[in-house]
Design a protein around this ligand. Structure first.
Ligand code: MSK
Length: 655
């Protein structure tokens, strides 16, 4: 097979900051993900199609699906079974990652309840009590720590093996719950479903590809309505529920005259402490002594999203910008927790004066400094780490510093509670806008970057196309920085939206693309979809709601996509998972799941074609609900004024 052609730097990213840093990386002798992708080409076609099996030592086996050269594994597993087993384990790994992240928040909540984590507190007590009420937990007469302990105890049981359905399933529409029950996919235990997947896919257990795929859906649902939802809700309780706030994004957020600390990973448990330490008078004085004018904390990936949403901390970049941020030569320290942290970062850091610090005992990085964070001593550890960053500033070589662009402004902080507040306290204006066609539908654009695709190209063009069609976009994860750089996270991006959406955005002073959080915060989208479905008295699959992971790469992103589909949301992927070697699994993913869940996957790497496919799905759902498909400029006066809170739709999002 001919080798795939090497792309020029201009073809690698949508953005100047990335392209300029790619040039500098080449000059500085720094290898990046794009360089390594080139070295990996062409990829093994067996692996790409999911047709390799390494689950026992009778192999490894390479499977040929059919024809004269048909070849099964040594155990007899054919292409369909092999692909299903591989896909099932892929999903289990993604679900486990989100869910273990959620568990870390749960452990902090439990320690707050027990009084053993003095550096943490309940910052949103109203939400704590509201969620307890939602789950049927009595809290009268209990103080906040006692309520925290009670909620932690309840949610710990969701991780176990003794429940018939996870606690937050109460949020799903009844029709969806009935469907899950009928299909045997109601998520029971957050840890149980991935463990069962590992068992099922051991040699000689589940040999039915469709059965494995159904359990993959159950495993993903345990993530979306379990581990991820717990991660989101407990982060809000512990660190505050996000409200709209302005910030900035791109590599221009780094400051030439300050100590720059980048927080990277996913958990706010560490990054919130680093931020607090960086803002302390003691550390600011130390920075001034070292010759800096201050300490600048900026975010990468999803721990950045957590700080951005709640604290307005600027975002330096998304997944493919992590290496390039260090190439600026202006970063004193990367403080990492876990997930999506390229192992290469310690090597890139060593090319400059950058100190790489890992903080989780489950994520150690040879070549970096490991400082284990524990809830009982987090503040002291954060002060020590920030102190080291200040010392690193004295070693910075200013002649190697290049901060390539000016930052762009963004608006963030749209938790469901904040969206409801922007709507005047009730979902009614949103429902009316959907009914009239001013907002034709809702699209969640989520997920990562993948160097196989032009960086951020699919993200931003898909979003532009959807808002033009009056589809309100909500965004999470690494898609966020892409939207911000494209100017889509500011209210004046309403100029780029269709007439109906534009009018709604202007009336509410919101952007047409709303940032709702990190990877785990896709659970906010599930909750919002469920609220709208419940308010309309329909199932989620009947709504004009779609999802997309345009540039995904991670197991976690596949789990997100699958729980979206199993929740009834048609989901676009910019690249296929490694399933194309099986007709059964591919047909199930792209067609058959519609019969089961009312939604399936759509794969398309061209953002313009993807927008058409998602638009067609939205139109079909609008017609199915008997909703108006608008002429230009619908519902002229709908959003002249936001109505006062009436509480006419029960959302459960207010105390
Ligand atoms: S960090 S999973 S690259 S969104 Fe959540 Fe970004 Fe994807 Fe990681």
């Amino acid at each position: 097979m001919a080798r795939e052609a090497k792309r020029e730097i201009a073809q690698l990213s949508e953005w100047d900051d990335a392209r300029i840093m790619l040039e500098k990386a080449a000059a500085d002798g720094v290898e990046t993900a794009w360089d390594r992708l080139e070295k990996q080409k062409n990829h093994c076609t067996f692996c790409e199609q999911g047709l390799t099996c390494q689950k026992c030592v009778m192999g490894p086996c390479r499977i040929v699906a059919e024809g004269a050269k048909k070849k099964d594994g040594v155990c007899g597993a054919d292409a369909d079974l092999t692909v299903a087993r591989n896909f099932g384990r892929f999903i289990a790994a993604g679900a486990a990652s989100h869910s273990d992240h959620g568990r870390d928040l749960l452990e902090v909540l439990a320690e707050v309840g027990a009084g053993t984590a003095p550096d943490y507190e309940v910052r949103d007590e109203a939400k704590l009590r509201r969620i307890c009420g939602e789950l049927g937990l009595e809290t009268d007469g209990l103080d906040a720590p006692a309520v925290a302990a009670k909620l932690a105890d309840r949610l710990y049981s969701d991780y176990g093996f003794r429940r018939e359905a996870l606690s937050f399933c109460v949020r799903a529409p009844k029709a969806r719950l009935d469907l899950w029950h009928a299909l045997g996919v109601t998520p029971r235990g957050i840890d149980r479903e991935p463990v069962e997947m590992l068992h099922r896919t051991h040699m000689g257990v589940d040999c039915d590809p469709a059965s494995i795929c159904l359990h993959a859906a159950r495993t993903a649902l345990a993530d979306g309505w379990g581990g991820s939802m717990i991660g989101t809700e407990l982060s809000d309780i512990l660190f505050g529920t996000p409200k709209p706030v302005r910030s900035t994004a791109n590599l221009g957020v780094l400051k030439a005259d300050q100590v720059n600390i980048l927080v990277h990973g996913h958990s706010p448990v560490v990054s919130e402490m680093i931020l607090a330490a960086a803002r302390s008078p003691e550390m600011l004085a130390k920075a001034r002594e070292a010759g800096a004018t201050g300490i600048n904390v900026a975010g990468l990936c999803c721990t950045g999203n957590e700080l951005l949403m709640r604290q307005g901390v600027p975002m330096a970049g998304n997944h493919l910008m992590t290496e390039l941020s260090l190439v600026t030569g202006a970063v004193e320290m990367v403080v990492a927790d876990y997930q999506c942290i390229m192992p290469s970062l310690t090597t890139v850091a060593a090319c400059y004066h950058t100190q790489f610090v890992s903080t989780s005992d489950k994520a150690k990085f040879p070549g970096g400094l490991h400082v284990p964070f524990h809830p009982s001593t987090a503040k002291k550890q954060a002060m020590d780490v920030v102190g080291m960053a200040v010392e690193a500033f004295t070693r910075r070589d200013q002649t190697r510093v290049h901060i390539p662009v000016e930052p762009v402004e963004i608006m963030t902080g749209f938790s469901n509670e904040a969206i409801l507040e922007a709507l005047g306290g009730t979902l009614d204006p949103l429902l009316d806008a959907v009914k009239s066609g001013a907002v034709r539908g809702l699209a969640g654009i989520v997920g990562c970057n993948n160097p196989k695709l032009k960086h951020d190209h699919v993200h931003v063009n898909l979003a532009r196309e959807l808002i033009k069609r009056d589809v309100l976009v909500v965004v999470t994860g690494c898609a966020t920085v892409a939207m911000g750089k494209a100017g889509l996270l500011m209210p004046d991006a309403a100029d780029m939206a269709g007439p109906g959406l534009s009018k709604v955005c202007r009336a509410l002073n919101i952007p047409p693309v709303l940032h709702v959080g990190s990877c785990v915060d896709n659970s906010r989208i599930l909750q919002l979809a469920a609220l709208v479905a419940n308010a309309l008295g329909v199932d989620i699959s009947q709504l004009p709601v779609v999802a997309s992971a345009p540039e995904w790469y991670a197991e976690k992103a596949a789990a997100i996509g699958l729980y979206a589909v199993a929740s009834g949301i048609q989901t676009h992927l910019g690249l296929p998972p490694n399933i194309l070697g099986s007709t059964v699994v591919t047909e199930l993913a792209t067609k058959g799941m519609t019969d089961l869940f009312g939604a399936c996957f759509v794969v398309e790497s061209d953002p313009f074609k993807a927008a058409e496919l998602l638009d067609a799905h939205i139109a079909s759902r609008r017609i199915g609900l008997g909703l108006y498909e608008p002429e230009p400029s619908p519902a002229e006066d709908l959003f002249e004024a936001v109505p006062p809170a009436s509480g006419s739709v029960e959302t459960g999002l207010t105390a």
